[in-house]
Design a protein around this ligand. Structure first.
Ligand SMILES: NC(=O)c1ccc[n+]([C@@H]2O[C@H](COP(=O)([O-])OP(=O)(O)OC[C@H]3O[C@@H](n4cnc5c(N)ncnc54)[C@H](OP(=O)(O)O)[C@@H]3O)[C@@H](O)[C@H]2O)c1
Length: 341
């Protein structure tokens, strides 16, 4: 077993946030590191290296009842998807030194129960790769667009949250599929990145005036596929502009996560009836069996220069709450990771 630090730093959920998270919602704590001499068969001790800042973690901070994952208990370390190194192992096939991804929590070290899954980082990829270019969000974009959206060459594809981790990959896969792709993002800088490096056909800043008018102008024949990461007013604007037989892919609703409780729904569903429009939610995990195929295809596209990826890696254990908060202010440029150091 490798030499471990003396203390185990933690960020605990102190209270349930009421809007975006603030530093006061969390409490810094120090405990002793888990005892490796008492590991039972199947258990592990992991050292956390990178935490993915996933918007849906804000839903896990809500009271129990409306989240796919269990609500984080007050006083518990904040659960997060992570890349880790195995530092002690009583599990066959998972040796000390192996790099894995797992659901852990905001602390240096994590004792992992025998029935808690961990996934080895695939050969040839670094822990950063598997959390960014080939991470959960890239795979989400791949499955959401291809399996749910079923893009065809010539389709007009609109992606919200387009400059983000999931959205930027969905938009670029749309280009590979021969779609005309329009990204929606906050601010001129993100829009310029989308039409520049990502090669999108157009981008619209939802924070600038008359957003819906601009969207309508860019989609004179309507939207064939709307890949939605945001919900709220942006989803509503898309509903008003869908083409006949259009498909709406419900990937996420980040605009509503900080409101608490179930997200408000869109209105004017008659638009969907008149347009024979399909609206379908999905989870990345629905396609877990196809992860290897997705990774293989993504690697090929990245190697061919068809997908560019931006990672926004912020070091500093002490800053994890502030790093996470950036998601809801549009402060991140690409996949937002908190690096443990
Ligand atoms: N279904 C699934 O299995 C699955 C899996 C992973 C992620 N997701 C969902 O995918 C979405 C994107 O997640 P991500 O991890 O890739 O995050 P991300 O897009 O990298 O970062 C979040 C971005 O959302 C935008 N945003 C924040 N608040 C907003 C608001 N009120 N209105 C409009 N835009 C807002 C900001 O960009 P701007 O600067 O452009 O505003 C921010 O940078 C989330 O809704 C997430 O829950 C779903």
């Amino acid at each position: 077993m490798e030499k471990m630090a003396e203390i185990n730093r933690q960020w605990l959920l102190r209270r349930r946030p009421t809007s975006n998270v603030t530093a006061d919602d969390f409490e810094y704590s120090e405990t002793s590191i888990p005892d490796s001499s008492s590991l039972r068969p199947g258990e592990l001790i992991l050292r956390n290296l990178l935490f993915l800042c996933a918007p849906t973690m804000r839903n896990w901070m809500e009271p129990p009842g409306n989240s796919l994952y269990p609500s984080i208990a007050i006083g518990d370390p904040v659960m997060a998807p992570a890349a880790c190194e195995v530092v002690a192992s009583a599990r066959e096939g998972v040796p000390v030194g192996m790099r894995v991804t797992a659901f852990t929590s905001w602390q240096d070290y994590q004792r992992i129960a025998a029935d808690h899954p961990v996934t080895p980082v695939p050969d040839g990829l670094s822990v950063t790769d598997i959390m960014t270019t080939y991470g959960l969000n890239a795979r989400t974009a791949y499955f959401g667009l291809l399996k749910v959206g079923k893009p065809r060459a010539g389709d007009t594809l609109v992606v919200s949250g387009a400059a983000g981790s999931t959205g930027s990959v969905a938009a670029q896969i749309g280009k590979i599929m021969g779609c005309r792709v329009i990204g929606i993002a906050g601010g001129a800088r993100k829009c310029a990145w989308l039409t520049g490096e990502c090669g999108l056909d157009a981008a619209v800043d939802y924070r600038s005036g008359d957003f819906e008018g601009k969207l309508r102008e860019l989609c004179p024949d309507g939207i064939d596929i709307f890949y939605d990461n945001v919900g709220g007013d942006i989803l509503q604007a898309a509903i008003e502009n869908m083409a006949k037989f259009g498909r709406i892919i419900l990937c996420g609703q980040i605009a509503t996560y900080t409101e608490g409780g179930p997200a408000r729904g869109p209105n004017n569903m008659m638009r969907l009836i008149y347009g024979s429009v399909t609206m379908q939610g999905f989870l990345q995990a629905d396609y877990a069996d196809e992860t290897d195929a997705a990774l293989k295809q993504l690697r090929q596209w990245v190697d061919q220069g068809l997908i560019v990826h931006r990672a926004d890696i912020r070091p500093g254990f002490e800053r994890i709450p502030q790093t996470f908060a950036a998601l809801f202010e549009g402060g991140n440029e690409g996949t937002l990771l908190a690096a443990v150091n």
